[in-house]
Design a protein around this ligand. Structure first.
Ligand SMILES: *Cc1c(COP(=O)(O)O)cnc(C)c1O
Length: 300
């Protein structure tokens, strides 16, 4: 499984920029999520599990990925969803609607209970309610997910000086760091606020050729501004590459900003990973429409 690197033409710079189109790997199991699920599903099969259970929010790429992967590989799937109020709004939520169409069963919980998602007591309660299952953490990050993400880079990518990616839980960048060359620098752009990421990533990696660029979260997870939406629309018009507003749009905004501020040495070769997430556009657009704000006006 290897995706193509596509050149992005930049003006007024000698930096060369390529994007790895992991978003094209699968229509529903978005970009990095297919990497993160690969060895987890193999492990679930090995353990003879019939059901996958995982956690996520209203627009979660991970929830839809688990639902679609379960449908393909004949697992039952259970999604523990943050926000009881969503229970009556499945039809209006494109992500949950699609996940349900793939056969996922939902269990909606309030935010307080959701926070207990890794407590043994809550997991025990889930077992009593749903029977035996293979548990995949929120966002899908664990050792097996990192192992899957170590397959994103190939020998052809060794020529790049920088590898960039968006960060949610840190699983994807951990895999990238582990399979990078020591001479390469891996830069992560967190899509959310929080100081815990460095520690989380350090649990999965032993190399030190990486850093986080923490200035481009736009106020926090799934928060968007008109400036960001304008950027995504213009980027699509110029390059015909769709970006999502939660992860890849913020990363690309930040990366181009850094390039224009001469953050990178002359003639640097940069590879950014398109981790997917395009299914989330419809849901964010619904919210923007309700607020009478500019929407992402693109693709399909
Ligand atoms: C989930 C996701 C990420 C974050 O990946 P982590 O491994 O959690 O850091 C980045 N981009 C997209 C599009 C995603 O769906």
């Amino acid at each position: 499984m290897e995706s193509a690197n596509q050149k992005i033409d930049l003006e007024n710079t000698n930096i060369s920029l390529y994007i790895k189109r992991e978003d094209l790997l699968h229509p529903h199991i978005s970009g990095n999520k297919i990497r993160k699920l690969k060895y987890n599903l193999a492990q679930a099969n090995r353990e003879n599990k019939k059901t996958l259970l995982t956690f996520g929010g209203a627009f979660s790429n991970h929830i839809l990925a688990v639902a679609a992967a379960g449908n393909e590989q004949e697992f039952k799937t259970i999604g523990v969803i943050r926000g009881e109020e969503l229970q009556d709004k499945i039809a209006e939520n494109p992500t949950l609607k699609k996940a349900q169409d793939f056969g996922m069963v939902f269990y909606f919980v309030d935010r307080e209970i959701f926070r207990e998602k890794s407590s043994p007591k809550f997991i025990h309660q889930l077992t009593e309610k749903f029977g035996d299952f293979y548990l995949i953490p929120e966002g899908g990050t664990n050792n097996l997910a990192v192992k899957g993400c170590e397959e994103i880079l190939t020998v052809n990518d060794e020529k790049f000086d920088y590898i960039c990616c968006a960060i949610g839980t840190g699983g994807t960048i951990s895999g990238l760091i582990n399979c990078s060359k020591n001479s390469q620098q891996v830069l992560g752009f967190p899509a959310l606020k929080g100081d815990f990421l460095r520690q989380d990533i350090s649990k999965f990696v032993s190399k030190s050729n990486w850093d986080l660029i923490t200035d481009y979260h736009f106020g926090g997870y799934a928060k968007v501004s008109e400036e960001l939406i304008l950027f995504i629309n213009e980027f699509y018009e110029k390059h015909k590459i769709p970006l999502d507003p939660i992860y890849t749009g913020k990363m690309m905004f930040g990366l181009l900003d850094l390039i224009h501020k001469n953050y990178f040495p002359e003639n640097s070769k940069i590879l950014v990973i398109h981790t997917g997430g395009l299914q989330g556009v419809a849901g964010i657009n619904n919210l923007l429409k309700q607020k009478n704000q500019l929407q992402i006006t693109i693709y399909d």
